[in-house]
Design a protein around this ligand. Structure first.
Ligand code: BDR
Ligand code: CA
Length: 320
């Protein structure tokens, strides 16, 4: 089995993604590390504990960073504001947390201990801001060089959602993204960004099917998506929802869902950390050009997915 750590800020779409990862027999989910992002750390941790209970999963939840690198370093403290996922992070739904699954170990220490125990074997699926990953790199870079792969939901080559040019996870903590992709010169980092997630959609019909035909879990997934539906309508006048984080997990499970010819392999990815372009990813494909500028290959960027195969794979996996 593949050894997996899920680093996440649940989050409506994170919930779909975690449920899929926990349902997949090929994954050994060693732990769920939590980061603030969609909502504050505490509600995100509670949501993760609720998902673990719902799935009766045999893994623990490790609380991590309470804000972005910059927010953590600001003496004045910070406030997280979010509307996209509702106050609880799951729209109007509150899950009952399994408090016995909450670990006292900090997410960063859990990541480092786990990678040390299984060098070159651990894959991290990153579904939120990259703060925990950056803190782990700052604490012990050599150990983080022994991560096998990072699958990252974030960024966009041609699209933004938090701003016209920046995706939310990368916008929230661009410094952490920079530090993580610097490690991409040594390890494999696969970006699953908005270019690919926006090719998929869970439609109103799909949500109806989840609610009526897919048992308790289907009902919960459909209910938590209601808030997302309102947001999608408000922002982009679309009735279906894009479950970004699920696309990252399904791609990690089966990369053949993506069109192999449109993975940008061995490209250079840089991120803007300030100003109006804060959080924008700049992906350069041509090595001859970026090498000239002293830049190295640090990423693979997935650009296309078969949306029908994606949806079928998710439904078959979670509701066989
Ligand atoms: C990403 O931002 C969050 O709102 C979602 O959970 C997802 O990880 C999409 O931009
Ligand atoms: Ca997320």
């Amino acid at each position: 089995k593949r050894k997996i750590i899920i680093d996440t800020d649940p989050g409506i779409d994170d919930t779909y993604a975690i449920i899929a990862a926990l349902s997949y027999a090929g994954f050994d989910v060693l732990g769920i590390t939590v980061v603030a992002g969609n909502v504050g750390l505490e509600p995100c941790v509670n949501n993760a504990l609720g998902i673990v209970k719902l799935m009766d999963a045999d893994c623990k939840v490790y609380p991590g960073a309470e804000g972005s690198l910059n927010q953590l370093r600001e003496e004045s403290g910070y406030e997280l504001k979010t509307t996209v996922h509702g106050e609880s992070g799951l729209g109007s739904v509150t899950l009952t947390p399994d408090l016995t699954k909450k670990s006292d170990t900090h997410a960063v220490d859990f990541i480092l201990e786990t990678v040390k125990a299984h060098p070159d074997e651990v894959e991290i699926i990153s579904l939120g801001p990259m703060t925990n990953l950056a803190l782990a790199i700052e604490k012990d870079r050599n150990t983080m060089k022994q991560v096998k792969t990072i699958w990252s939901m974030g960024g966009g080559v041609h699209l933004g959602n938090r701003t016209p040019v920046a995706e939310f996870n990368y916008w929230f903590d661009p410094e952490a993204v920079k530090e993580t992709y610097d490690l991409g010169e040594d390890i494999e980092i696969n970006m699953i960004g908005l270019d690919i997630t926006h090719q998929t959609q869970i439609t109103l019909d799909d949500l109806f099917f989840l609610r009526t035909e897919c048992g308790e879990i289907g009902q919960i997934l459909s209910r938590i998506a209601e808030h997302y539906q309102d947001m999608y309508w408000k922002f982009i006048k679309q009735t279906g929802v894009i479950i970004h984080d699920l696309v990252a997990v399904m791609t990690a499970i089966d990369p053949t869902l993506t069109d192999k010819f449109d993975i940008l392999v061995g490209v250079n990815l840089q991120i803007e950390t300030e100003g109006i372009c804060k959080g924008q990813t700049v992906v350069q494909k041509h090595q001859s050009l970026f090498a000239e500028a002293g830049l190295a290959k640090n990423a693979n960027v997935y650009m296309d997915i078969d949306p029908i195969a994606f949806k079928k794979a998710f439904m078959k996996l979670c509701f066989p």
